[in-house]
Design a protein around this ligand. Structure first.
Ligand SMILES: C[S@@+](CC[C@H](N)C(=O)[O-])C[C@H]1O[C@@H](n2cnc3c(N)ncnc32)[C@H](O)[C@@H]1O
Length: 390
């Protein structure tokens, strides 16, 4: 009786997190506004409800690492996979503690760049399509100065600050396009905010029993295709198998730009790869699982089948898969999605105390609404539960 009551209570918490429109930030969540990220509150509630401290939790489409951050702050061991080098870079930097000495060097870099911005002389910079010249010049100089930082973790943090600065500069929803002076003034402020966010992350990990020097070894982040995950040598060395998968795959036929920034909502620039200094070179469909054509949709469902077949091989025999997903056309695509899960060896599961095996939510603030004229399907997301079929 008491157990049934507590299951009901925990399920209510998941439903309440799902329907909440409260904006949750803090910790390192604001380091990079990864497209289609899920709310930290949902990630936290699902991980807290369906796993125990010390358990392994897998996110095979980790994006910017929302689940990884929340899981570590709950004392879980986290495994994150993403095909996008930018996602891997961001998730890594968000969950890597820095020493006071690192912080000091990074602050010096931010102030140094800000102070000498008026001395910037035009210098040869690589071609970065559609990046406004003011932003490019400051970024170029700040990147050059970041190269002088002695440790790779310091350089990575500095680049992450520049990614956030770039997003702020190109968004321009609440301000005019910034001048170079504006950008230079913003840099040290942003650096301080992000360093405080990282400290908060470390403190919360510590409260969950995870000391600062253990955080990096408590997470395994891989930049790779989630298809064939079962052949990944690094997963074979783990002390235990993941018992929970919590993830948000790309959405079928929903166009999301995971790999480009839009300049004032229009022209696309590959600038984030230049700033993070990581390889680029794929088309949008590489990250969305398929284009918006009928062939693209077939490729998408083949991908879902292949990824979850691999996932089934690496999780515990009674592991739980919880995923949040949206559709361009629910009536047509949800049955296909459920079939793909069945082909991968999973069956729908109903949480204790629930009448249903899926929960819907309205999604606040998704940019792609505007592109789907007349349809509202992709403004809803569904939380699905699956277990491996015996
Ligand atoms: C909806 S986003 C995940 C967002 C994430 N939950 C967050 O909070 O940031 C889906 C992610 O799946 C990744 N992805 C697409 N195809 C993949 C594949 N075959 N293997 C691994 N990751 C893939 C994309 O790069 C994208 O980052």
């Amino acid at each position: 009786m008491a157990e049934a009551h507590s299951s009901k209570l925990r399920l209510d918490q998941v439903v309440s997190a799902l329907t909440s429109t409260k904006f949750t930030s803090g910790s390192t969540h604001n380091f990079y506004l990864y497209p289609a990220r899920f709310s930290p509150e949902i990630a936290r509630t699902v991980i807290e409800t369906f796993s125990q401290p010390g358990d392994y939790v897998l996110d095979p489409f980790m994006g910017g690492g929302t689940a990884i951050i929340e899981g570590l702050m709950l004392g879980r061991s986290m495994i994150g996979i993403d095909i996008n080098a930018l996602a891997h870079f961001v998730a890594n930097t968000r969950t890597r503690p820095l020493s006071p000495c690192d912080e000091e060097r990074i602050r010096e870099w931010a102030h140094g760049t800000a102070h000498c911005f008026s001395d910037f002389r035009p210098e040869p910079l690589p071609q970065v399509k559609n990046l406004p010249p003011t932003v490019k010049l400051l970024m170029g100089r700040a990147l050059k100065m970041a190269e002088r930082l002695p440790f790779s973790r310091q350089r990575a943090f500095a680049r992450c600050v520049l990614l956030r600065l770039g997003q702020w500069a190109l968004d321009c929803r609440d301000h005019e396009a910034p001048s170079q002076r504006n950008l230079a003034e913003k840099l040290p402020m942003l650096t301080d905010q992000m360093l405080s966010g990282l400290q908060e992350f470390v403190t919360r990990c510590h409260e969950a029993g995870l000391r600062s020097n253990r955080i990096v070894s408590q997470r395994l982040l891989l930049c790779r295709n989630a298809v064939g995950l079962d052949q990944e040598p690094k997963l074979r060395d783990l002390a235990a198998r993941p018992s929970l998968v919590f993830t948000s795959p790309p959405y079928p036929r929903v166009h999301v730009l995971y790999h480009r920034w839009q300049v004032r909502g229009r022209k696309e620039t590959p600038a984030p790869y230049w700033i993070a200094q990581i390889p680029d070179g794929h088309y949008a469909s590489h990250y969305t699982g398929g284009s918006r054509t009928p062939t693209g949709e077939r490729n998408y469902f083949s991908l879902v089948r292949a990824v979850f077949s691999s996932v089934r091989q690496v999780i515990t025999h009674d592991g739980l898969v919880v995923q949040l997903i949206g559709f361009a056309d629910i009536d047509n695509q949800l049955p296909k999605y459920l079939n793909a899960m069945a082909d991968a060896g999973f069956e729908a599961w109903r949480p204790a105390g629930s009448q249903v095996d899926r929960f819907w939510r309205r999604v606040p603030n998704r940019k792609w609404y505007a592109k789907l004229k007349g349809t509202v399907d992709a403004s809803s997301e569904v939380l699905l539960f699956h277990r491996p079929r015996c």
